[in-house]
Design a binder for this molecule. Structure first.
Ligand code: ARG
Length: 475
């Protein structure tokens, strides 16, 4: 026999006093309550939830659902709830009926201003509300993150300015390849970060659409002026389809994907500097204050910050994978699975918030070991391509030149002699195209300075790129 619900029951029972309690005849299992709750992590959205609620209050007042007095009462109440939340300790314990930040705020409003607070949710659902909160949150976070990226780019440009005279071996396959300017190296990271920054900025276009008014999935029947709400909240446009609006988390996936790509760049960089900081490379010396010691081995100075940057890339990839997986099986429109978007997202925001400033500090304070960089240029036949290019300029087909120089290098490897050791006579034994001027080619500086083309590593090209970058970063 179905249990009949009495008015008195609804007043005393936690489930039946929930916002959706009318439909229910038995209380929610406490384990279910704990399982479904999200307030402990989504409370971070409260300033956005309040901001959205205030705009919604204005909109429903305009639509004739509230008197001006009720509107002002509700706005004042919402501001008080906001103040209360910002002053509250992190261990607020919400009632079971306040399962998420939206319910919490609505309940507190009703507690503060009475039943009129119950008018807040007209024409609105948590489904469009949570989309709004996330969009407002991510709009702010995107600005913060792009600022952090810009600071890191600036640090790269400062290093590029300072290191214009320093050469280092450039690598392919982690084998010494050709010399490049250290400034050129820093400008490479500048470019990567430029793409990262523009990806975050581009995503704003799709993020910056106002979802309120979509209701639970079908829209609202109260004549809410969505454009006016958009204007109040600083959105240039409104979302086009209510079903799509409440089921869309593309903007979260996109943010996480941008974050994953950024972390991939930082992780590669971290890996490179971990290697460069080893006794095997000795290209850089990390400042003590960015390293940690070993609990057992007294000699150790470990590059933990860089290792953690590399490691945290895994958790950001994990967040992206989590969200793609959460979304992949969801039919239209809103499904509760989507509540699982928040923890990976917040974790990623926190990770970027700590990683980017630390990497910036590292770039500013890391010292380059010029003497070791110089030594590294002398070994490994970094100028072999210069010799092949020389022969090519003298008229030998490049493929032939490549073979000739390959043979010279082989002799060099076997006899442990660098290219600079070979006499003109010896070289002419490999090709008649060799002349006295070959020795001008055999310096790292010459190799660098010949790369005059746009985007190359000559001082002139790098200075040009640096000037362009300095002008860009000012914008
Ligand atoms: N806490 C929920 C979330 O994050 C809010 C939306 C809940 N909507 C619902 N119909 N249960 O997704």
């Amino acid at each position: 026999m179905p249990r009949k619900k009495h008015e008195s029951q609804a007043g005393t029972n936690a489930t039946l006093s929930k916002a959706w309690g009318g439909r229910f005849v038995e209380p929610t299992d406490p384990d279910v309550e704990r399982f479904c709750h999200s307030f402990s992590f989504d409370r971070r959205l409260y300033p956005y939830d309040i901001q959205g609620s205030i705009a919604h209050v204005r909109a429903i007042c305009q639509a004739g659902l509230l008197t001006a007095f009720e509107r002002d009462q509700m706005i004042a109440g919402l501001k008080k709830v906001e103040a209360e939340l910002s002053a509250a300790s992190t261990c607020l314990t919400p009632l079971p009926s306040q399962e998420d930040v939206h319910m919490y705020i609505e309940h507190r409003l009703i507690e503060r201003i009475g039943p009129v607070g119950g008018k807040l949710h007209a024409g609105r659902s948590r489904n469009d509300q949570v989309s709004l909160d996330l969009r407002l949150y991510l709009r702010d976070q995107t600005h913060t993150i792009t600022k952090h990226i810009k600071s890191l780019q600036r640090a790269c440009l400062d290093q590029a300015k300072k290191q214009m005279k320093v050469l280092l071996p450039g690598y392919t396959h982690l084998q010494r390849a050709q010399p490049v300017l250290l400034s050129h190296y820093f400008l490479a990271y500048y470019e990567m970060l430029k793409r990262d920054r523009s990806r975050f900025s581009d995503s704003l276009q799709r993020l910056n659409q106002m979802p309120l008014g979509a209701g639970a999935l079908a829209g609202n029947g109260f004549g809410i002026n969505r454009q006016a709400v958009a204007k109040l909240l600083g959105f240039p446009s409104v979302t086009a389809n209510s079903l799509d609006t409440v089921s869309d988390r593309d903007f979260v996936v996109e943010f996480l994907s941008n974050a994953a790509m950024l972390m991939m760049h930082l992780s590669r960089w971290a890996e490179e500097w971990i290697l460069w900081n080893t006794a095997e490379f000795r290209f850089i010396e990390l400042p003590d204050r960015f390293c940690t010691g070993s609990s057992m081995m007294p000699q150790k100075k470990n590059p933990d910050v860089l290792e953690l940057i590399r490691g945290k890339t895994g958790r950001v990839y994990g967040a992206l994978t989590a969200l793609l997986t959460i979304m992949k099986g969801l039919p239209l429109s809103y499904n509760r699975d989507m509540q699982e978007d928040k923890e990976p997202l917040f974790d990623t925001v926190d990770t970027l918030g700590s990683v980017l400033p630390l990497m910036t500090k590292l770039v500013i304070h890391t010292r380059f070991q010029d003497a070791h960089l110089k030594d590294a240029l002398d070994e490994g036949f970094l100028l072999a391509t210069e010799v092949a290019d020389y022969l090519t300029r003298k008229g030998l087909p490049f493929r032939e030149a490549h073979r000739v120089v390959g043979e010279i290098v082989l002799t060099g490897v076997r006899t442990k002699r660098p290219l600079t050791d070979f006499t003109l006579q010896e070289l002419r034994g490999y090709s008649k195209h060799f002349d006295d001027d070959i020795f001008d080619c055999l310096t790292p500086t010459g190799a660098v300075e010949r790369k005059q083309g746009m985007g190359g590593t000559s001082t002139a090209s790098v200075q040009f790129a640096l000037r362009k970058a300095l002008a860009e970063i000012k914008q």
